[in-house]
Write a new protein. Structure first.
Length: 259
């Protein structure tokens, strides 16, 4: 059974530069392992209660695509859920195997729209209790741009077992963004914009966007999209970009579960 949405997996070009960037967002390093042989580094960072995974390959081939690669879920039945997702229309990308970190087993699949999904089964939990002492007050959601919102909503509700949290209309009332959660983390589905990334960003909640941007400016971090009223009409938002171009939305709206 799938029981947790766990992380976005991000391929990074310069691990030290990327770690320095996220340290300025008060991210906590909860796991760091170098795989023997290829010397690939795998790092898990926690921002408030949510996580991202950084994967650094020092021998990446020319033209390697950096940025968000996959969306990962935890399961207690890797083989069974892998086959169940194939039966539901996904295609196998990497069959179940031992994780390179030595921590459990994993598999990768692709949804019909090409989005890469990871399934993980392991006995250890990298996530730690959120102290609440950083500038990030909550991990709001992982964003996923889909081709068919109805199809994707049904897939994540019925096949992945996620619970519907809320729908939020954008400017003009459409398209609707639909949010689902399982465990702490929330997945935000929206109709993909032409030419956009399948996983366009992840979003973090702060107490006040403008005050947070001022703190980040003192730390040498500038937004790539300035603070403005959110299109949803709920608070303000702004966007940062990490060294690999991954967009990070800052929001000061209430938690999704309260909307």
């Amino acid at each position: 059974m799938i029981y947790e949405l766990n992380h976005f997996g991000i391929f990074v070009e310069d691990i030290d530069k990327t770690l320095d960037f996220y340290a300025k967002l008060d991210a906590k390093k909860v796991f760091h392992h170098t795989i023997e042989g290829p010397q690939v580094q795998v790092v898990y960072l926690q921002l408030a209660g949510g996580m991202i995974e950084l994967v650094f390959n020092p021998n990446a081939p020319a033209g390697w695509k950096y940025g968000i690669d996959h969306l990962a879920f935890m399961t207690d039945d890797l083989e069974g859920d892998y086959q169940r997702l194939i039966d539901a229309g996904c295609t196998g990308d990497e069959a179940p195997k031992k994780a390179g970190t030595g921590k459990g087993t994993l598999a990768f699949l692709r949804r019909p729209d090409g989005a890469r999904i990871e399934l993980l089964e392991r006995d250890v939990d990298f996530r730690i209790a959120d102290s609440g002492d950083g500038i990030i007050k909550g991990f709001d959601h992982y964003a996923y741009g889909v081709d068919d919102l109805d199809e994707a909503s049904e897939f994540f509700a019925k096949t992945m077992g996620m619970a519907h949290v809320v729908n939020i209309p954008t400017g003009g009332g459409t398209p609707t963004r639909s949010f689902y959660n399982i465990g702490y983390d929330v997945l935000g589905l929206r109709v993909a914009e032409e030419g956009s990334e399948r996983f366009p960003h992840f979003a973090l909640r702060v107490d006040n966007v403008d005050e947070t941007l001022a703190v980040l400016a003192d730390r040498g971090v500038q937004p790539v999209v300035a603070s403005a009223a959110s299109k949803s009409g709920l608070g303000r938002n702004a966007y940062l970009a990490d060294p690999d171009g991954v967009r990070i939305e800052l929001l000061d709206r209430p938690e999704l579960s309260t909307l």
